[in-house]
Design a protein around this ligand. Structure first.
Ligand code: ATP
Length: 223
């Protein structure tokens, strides 16, 4: 099976916490739910995958290539949504789009404008005046507007009301209709994962405890 993302033997140590030999795969055409208690290491893993923090050990392969060999090109094909990840909160969505059109080779302004309209986001209002839900929708609009093949989403639905959450889940399901696409999605909201995930990877205290097909988990363990 071809994988969009392969994390092998990832290790990272902070003072009182370490990721221990973490392995994760995202096969093409699938949504992998990444779950674990507060402080289990989900965000740290995701930060290491996108190169936001340095790892001590392990290999990260995206689209079959090591992230260390061609990270600029590889990052064009990843859409990332993380809480509080806006650097430009004095900017409006329109201004951000202008910046990102110079960053992403495949930036598609028509798609971005369509998402702003769909999510009812004002193009000329400053991000610092956006609600949390609006920020999440804007992040997702950006992630979906530059031809990404893999979405890496850290708690994208947390704190959102059920209507907005369902809108986001619909977008995720729409995205993986393309068999070349995939999603790694960390969440505490197990009902969301029950609706959309194909696989569940469970991390506890910095160690992967299991990766299972969601249907197997429900069938065998009633989880
Ligand atoms: P949550 O579900 O609460 O978001 P998480 O699974 O995403 O949790 P992480 O944010 O990865 O957990 O944190 C894992 C551990 O690493 C925690 O004990 C946290 O305190 C620690 N940690 C995270 N970032 C740092 C840092 N920059 N320096 C030191 N320790 C850190």
């Amino acid at each position: 099976m071809e994988h969009l993302l392969e994390v092998k033997d990832l290790c990272k140590t902070y003072n009182t916490f370490s990721l221990k030999h973490v392995n994760i795969q995202v096969p093409k055409g699938s949504i992998v739910g990444f779950i674990g208690e507060n402080g289990a290491g989900k965000t740290t893993t995701i930060k290491a995958i996108i190169g936001a923090i340095k790892r001590e050990q392990g290999e990260i392969r995206l689209f079959g290539q090591s992230i260390d060999t061609n990270s600029v090109k590889i990052k064009q094909d990843i859409g990332v949504v993380m809480e509080g990840s806006f650097f430009y909160d004095n900017f409006t969505p329109k201004q951000i789009a202008r910046v990102l059109s110079g960053v992403y080779v495949d930036w598609d302004q028509t798609i971005f404008d369509a998402y702003l309209a769909k999510f009812k986001l004002p193009a000329t209002k400053k991000i610092k005046e956006f609600s949390k839900g609006m920020c999440m929708k804007l992040s997702l609009s950006i992630a979906l507007s530059h031809g990404a093949k893999l979405l890496i989403l850290d708690e994208p639905t947390s704190g959102l009301d059920p209507v907005v959450r369902n809108e986001m889940l619909e977008e995720f399901l729409g995205f993986i209709q393309d068999e070349e696409h995939g999603i790694l999605l960390s969440s505490h909201i197990t009902t969301d994962l029950e609706k959309i995930a194909d696989y569940i990877t469970f991390i506890h205290n910095g160690e992967i405890v299991f990766t299972e097909e969601k249907d197997e988990l429900i069938c065998n363990y009633g989880l």
